[in-house]
Write a protein of this length. Sequence first.
Length: 443
Amino acid sequence: MTERTWTAIGSTAFMSGLAYTVVNDGVSTWLAAQKVTPVVIGLFALCSLPYGLKWIWAPMLDRFHAPLIGRGRRRVGWLIVLGALSAALLVAAGLAGPSEPMATQIAAPADAGWLERQSLALDELSHGGLWGFALIVFALSLASASLDVVVDAFRTDSAPRAELGRAASVFVACFRVASLVGGAGALLVAARWGWPAAFMLAALVMALASCSVALAPEPTVGEPSSFLDAVLGPVRTFARQWGITALALAAFVLMFRLPDLVGNRMVGPFLIQELGFTLEEIGWIRQALGFGFTIAGAALGGIVIARLGIARSMFLFGVLQAASNLGWVWLDHAGKDRAALFVAVAVENACNGMVGTVFVAFLMSLCDHRYSAAQYAILTGLMFFAASLVGSLSGSLLVECQRLQGIFGGYSGFFIATIAMGIPGIAMVPWITRTAAARPDAA
């Protein structure tokens, strides 16, 4: 691949990472800082459902070109349009978010059941004036999930099979650079000038990144012959290659990243509401310093994949991903300790950098270039769909854990539960990778 292609892969990864970080980390941290209850913060995970449903409209992004500017540049045209739309919605979210801490919280009785807690959480949404904010965050998720579809397709179409590990490593590294801007940058700006200013900054950076991809080289790959082919082709290809075992692949993708995706949903409330860390402390330690460990993990992941292969690397990194949540358990018992927070962040980010790299490489290896937008969206959509549904219940799971005593009580119990969520996916790795290698088109 040319240097321009590598640069474009990095730029598009930055766009994807910025939007994703704001939707999933920025929003929950903002709500936690405004004293919104964990159950309500958990329900906001439903706003990210478009990440899990993006496969529904992904065939249109495979088949059609973006209006006005997309003629002859199927991937690049959509990158510009969806990046600009995401920037506009970031502005809207910044203006609509909660400007003051919640004056009162609607606390559920100690013996409240799950349905009663959800009903009280919806009441809190109404009393806190959060419905409008939730709708805008949902629209932002819709735009950024669509952007993800095109970013993933662009990278998959551009990288030859021999370069999948390196392309995945570049993607994860640049994605995490964006996480630094949307995470540490947003927190530090919010601490000084308020959350609306943080979202405005993110919108400006997204707009600039959208302009920069205008010079990106368009991948020279085939396109679906018709809209019907774009809709049916991805599924037909998977069915031919996997047969009935496609259901097992879907189950694997659903479960493999749950420890990371679900655990992160409650990290904001844990650090702010439970331990009392400030936005500046979280910004510098979890986001800024954690960024370096993520980049190191992604780079190490690319090296290990090249030596061990995707199959063995995915098993190793899957175990490390789940085990890394023990750092939060340790921090829960250590209390507000900056050194303990640093260690927990270092372990979590390094492991996530490695597992993210190998998982991206694995999913890229499964895609047919004609339908890469739809097929990659189906695979990652399954992962995010599970994370959105389970994540929406994370606040209720935390409440149940808070009723327990000892190591399985409170936030410690919650993070131990997220580790357990990863066991089925890890157990499937040897079989799923052998099956993938035996496909008719596997290299």
